[in-house]
Design a protein. Structure first.
Length: 270
């Protein structure tokens, strides 16, 4: 099944509608997808999953997750639908499948982990990016199984998969860096510069959040790859300037904490 144009069920773009009209449309989409699941005819659901409009597709995967959570009797039909749509030739349909699985995986990860295994191998970047986004949102609220799954890919032969996993676990680290720092540590000697650069980026992204910098600095103390640690420290300093309106500490405070932990560190001029 393929669909290249906006669904004829929705003649206008999502954000051309008023706020109340958008809310009504989401309820309509939910009702139609539910009817499709009950009637075993998935054509209309497929139209939403492949719609040109990003926000129509987002509505489709959000209501799919909502139906899975709220209506247990529909769960087998929902999983069957996602399995049927996953090999679709349209990357947008595959992307929406992964995002729907991400909504389900917030609470029921084992039931949908297969979709992320497959999504990591997708030839198109959009479904792969959906895996990253899904791991972020699932890891934030359901970290134990999600991080255990992510660990299995830390040393995958494909550097892009290693990079995507590194990026995907970032969001959990913004509140609980201790949960992901042991996984990040395993990437410190990665042979691909692209992966190491992502690792440095992720360290910077978790370090500027409230209560996180000290945990990051303590964990970095026993990493063996000192050049990478130095690059991460410079990124942390830079992030505290770039995100100065959002960082928990000022750049000067961050530098003071770093210098206290690494008194012999060579500093770059700011």
């Amino acid at each position: 099944m393929t669909q290249q144009l906006r669904s004829p069920l929705i003649p206008v773009a999502f954000y051309d509608l008023s706020k109340s009209e958008r809310a009504d449309l989401v309820l309509v989409i939910q009702g139609i997808i539910k009817e499709a699941l009950l009637g075993q005819s998935l054509l209309k659901a497929h139209l939403y999953f492949g719609d040109d409009d990003t926000y129509i597709r987002k509505s489709a995967y959000l209501v799919t997750g909502r139906l899975y959570s709220g209506e247990e009797a529909l769960r087998p039909a929902i999983l069957a639908m996602l399995s049927q749509f996953l090999p679709d030739p349209d990357f947008r349909v595959r992307q929406t499948v992964i995002n729907a699985a991400g909504e389900i995986g917030k609470w029921h990860f084992e039931e949908v982990r297969f979709y992320f295994d497959e999504g990591l191998k997708d030839p198109h970047h959009s479904p792969r990016n959906a895996v990253i986004g899904s791991v972020k949102k699932m890891g934030e609220v359901n970290p134990v199984p999600v991080l255990a799954w992510a660990r299995e890919y830390l040393h995958h032969e494909d550097k892009e998969i290693r990079r995507e996993i590194c990026h995907g676990i970032e969001l959990r680290g913004r509140k609980h860096p201790e949960d992901i720092l042991p996984l990040l540590r395993e990437l410190q000697h990665d042979r691909a510069a692209r992966v190491r650069n992502t690792l440095v980026h992720v360290i910077g992204q978790i370090a500027y959040k409230k209560g996180c910098l000290m945990k990051v600095l303590v964990h970095l103390e026993d990493w063996e790859n000192r050049p990478l640690v130095d690059a991460a420290l410079e990124e942390i300093i830079d992030v505290h300037h770039r995100y100065r309106n959002f960082a928990a500490l000022t750049q000067a405070e961050a530098i003071g904490m770093i210098d206290a932990h690494y008194p012999g560190r060579k500093r770059k001029d700011l």
